[in-house]
Ligand binder design. Structure first.
Ligand code: GUN
Length: 326
């Protein structure tokens, strides 16, 4: 009689229907706009649903509940909103979520001790510490305290090293989301001229690493670069992550280029409310670009979807399972 499949191989068989490429690109039909508008909400919703399906199978087939722990220090309003949204996304996808809140004046040593508790907690597959942290805490020390195999932000030096030298560990969520969106437009990025605007540890640098791994020719433009506009104009792919509202104008764009806008810049309005603007002047740029992400509704939804994806990946790897979403 043939041996019954092991729990691991049975689980792998169940993954087969999910190995497919996501593609959701809309075409703008009104006005003078020419660019395809990349629907980040739709791509993110599909990824979240796939994560949810696989998390449910992990639970049903292997009695594993995938769990994410988010640590929030202090009362920064934006951080509170982000952490709440991450918890809600976990619940919707059927992942366990733990939210740990600490006062502004928690000591660095006490915060390290809390992170170490989460590292040792078997219910927790992913740990993230919401940034920014209060000034008296060394962010590098806190990130270094996270178990690299639970570091679902991909910020730990071990994961940074893995990203650049391969094979990759856990990849930062926002650049991972940008790459997923690019792949809805480009089957092959090989040889493309890619420009990344911004060199932050959270987005610009890991984005450059991912594009290089995809065989692009990568240029990183930053605040000391000479003639940013001229460099951007050469790009087949432009990822704008400078944190400056509407910095990128139509004259910066190579006709037909794909433009990914990472900016989330709150701008006050005269009535006291605010609106969020990207780093790209959408209305003018979409008359020149070939494809573009909107703000909101582009990169933003992908960040949380990729966080869920990383948490699921961490849960699988901890148990010797392959990447369920390859
Ligand atoms: N603050 C702003 N973006 C992020 C992020 O991606 N992860 C964490 N942990 N904090 C952030």
């Amino acid at each position: 009689m043939p041996e019954p499949p092991s729990p691991v191989s049975a689980f792998c068989l169940l993954l087969a229907p999910y190995r497919r490429v996501v593609s959701a690109v809309n075409t703008r039909e009104s006005g003078v706009a020419k660019a395809k508008v990349i629907d980040g909400k739709a791509v993110a919703a599909e990824l979240r649903s796939r994560v949810g399906d696989i998390a449910a199978r992990l639970h049903d087939e292997m009695n594993v509940t995938t769990g994410l722990a988010a640590v929030l220090v202090g009362s920064d309003p934006a951080s509170q909103v982000y952490v709440r949204a991450k918890g809600r996304a976990c619940s919707t996808a059927g992942l366990g979520s733990f939210e740990l809140r600490f006062p502004d004046d928690i000591s660095e040593a006490a915060l390290v001790a809390e992170v170490e508790k989460l590292n040792a907690d078997d219910r927790v597959d992913g740990v993230l510490v919401q940034l920014p942290l209060p000034g008296h805490i060394d962010v590098h020390r806190i990130i270094a305290a996270i178990d690299p195999d639970k570091d679902v932000d991909g910020f730990h030096p071990v994961n940074v090293g893995r990203l650049w030298s391969g094979p990759s560990g856990l990849v930062p969520c926002t650049p991972q989301g940008c790459l997923n969106l690019l792949r809805t437009v480009h089957d092959d990025l090989s040889g493309a001229d890619a420009v990344v605007l911004g060199r932050s540890n959270l987005v610009g640098k890991p984005m450059a690493a991912l594009l290089l791994a995809a065989n692009c020719t990568v240029t990183v433009v930053h605040s000391k670069s000479r003639d940013a506009a001229a460099i951007c104009r050469r790009a087949d792919i432009l990822v704008a992550a400078a944190g400056r509202p509407q910095m990128v104008k139509a004259t910066w764009i190579n006709p037909g280029a794909t433009v990914i806008d990472v900016g989330i810049n709150p701008v006050p309005l005269p009535d006291g409310s605010s609106r969020v603007l990207g780093d790209v002047d959408f209305d003018s740029v979409c008359t020149v670009a070939g494809a573009i992400t909107p703000v909101p509704g582009g990169v933003g939804p992908m960040t949380i979807a990729c966080l869920l994806r990383n948490t699921l990946l961490a849960a699988c790897r901890r148990r010797g399972l392959p990447d369920p979403l390859l």
